[in-house]
Design a protein around this ligand. Structure first.
Ligand code: GZL
Length: 320
């Protein structure tokens, strides 16, 4: 066929029509995401961020809520493998027990991205990247705030009760470790009781009631691994006739709106931010992985510390 203007124009138009037809449109990226559950304000914001980022990017998101049970996450990951998704992402409810199912994903050549919480696996190649906070540092920040408070109030008692997060989870293990490291040098800062409240308000209230029953006025400080447990505990402290934030200092982590509201009411003293808005970074990382680009093994997020005195000023800026 002679290359005349008419033929070239015709060929160009034909190519455009073919490329635009649905049959040839690039297949959208499909991500299988297994979420821990819906246990806290933080988790709700984290889920919203991931779904919103996927929608904005035109990603086909298959979302599974594990209701805080590891067996449900393993089942969901196996289902994503069977559906041949492009990328698997998940927030592991606990650190251990993932080697087998992640080896199955690797055998199926489906890359895995961790968000929010880390895993302990024998082979680091079982996931391509971990996007999340430094929980040890969050625990240190909580401990440093309390150590500074003690220095300014040398005559005050600092017997601490601790509401831990989900047993075996990275945030619970690391926030405990970081807090202990930060208070180690100060003999006045002593943990007298420690128990899991599983990151929920209900359990946080229940365990704080038990602490108050056994220790009563001997308790000077509550260190909660998340704001939801702190808010539940605040109810228990008030029902016991004590003033949270005054009779018992309340130190917490996450930085959700509920914590800012409690601080503005004088019931919570400080919240250490843990940023749940990981959606955009997850989608960008998944797109890069799918395109065969190298991605960082560890992606951290910037976070701050919000004492009660800044709560009113900061509250309008809070996104979750
Ligand atoms: C932290 C996240 C924790 C939050 C809790 O990244 O895994 O789980 O601190 C949530 O509120 O339940």
């Amino acid at each position: 066929m002679r290359l005349t203007r008419r033929n070239l124009l015709g060929a160009a138009m034909a190519a455009t029509l073919v490329a635009a037809s649905p049959a040839f449109a690039a297949k959208p990226l499909t991500i299988g995401f297994s979420q821990v559950g819906a246990e806290s304000e933080w988790r709700t914001a984290n889920t919203a961020s991931i779904k919103d980022a996927a929608r904005k990017a035109g990603v086909n998101l298959k979302f599974a809520d594990a209701q805080q049970r590891q067996e449900n996450q393993v089942k969901a990951i196996r289902s994503f493998i069977a559906q041949r998704v492009d990328v698997i992402a998940f927030s592991p409810v606990v650190e251990s027990g993932w080697d087998t199912v992640l080896r199955e994903a690797k055998a199926a050549k489906i890359p895995v991205i961790l968000t929010d919480r880390a895993v302990k696996v024998s082979d680091p190649s079982l996931f391509v990247s971990f996007i999340g906070s430094d929980f040890v540092e969050e625990g240190r920040r909580a401990g440093r705030w309390l150590a500074e408070h003690q220095k300014k109030n040398p005559n005050r008692g600092y017997n601490i009760v601790e509401l831990q997060g989900t047993v075996g989870s990275a945030p619970a293990l690391d926030r405990k470790a970081g807090f202990l490291e930060a208070i180690a040098a100060n003999p006045k800062l002593k943990i007298i009781r420690s128990q899991t409240g599983d990151f929920t308000r209900a359990k946080g209230k229940e365990v704080m009631e038990a602490f108050l029953k056994s220790e009563g006025k001997n308790i000077n400080v509550l260190y909660a691994h998340n704001d939801d447990m702190a808010i539940g505990a605040i109810q228990a402290i008030e029902e016991a006739g004590l003033k949270p934030g005054k009779d018992i200092l309340v130190v917490s982590i996450d930085g959700v709106k509920g914590a800012f509201e409690a601080m503005m009411m004088g019931k919570l003293n400080v919240t250490v931010e843990c940023n749940p808005l990981l959606g955009p970074q997850l989608i960008q990382t998944a797109q890069a992985v799918k395109a065969g680009q190298a991605v960082p093994k560890r992606i951290t997020v910037n976070e701050g510390v919000f004492p009660a005195e800044v709560a009113a000023k900061e509250f309008p800026n809070r996104q979750y």
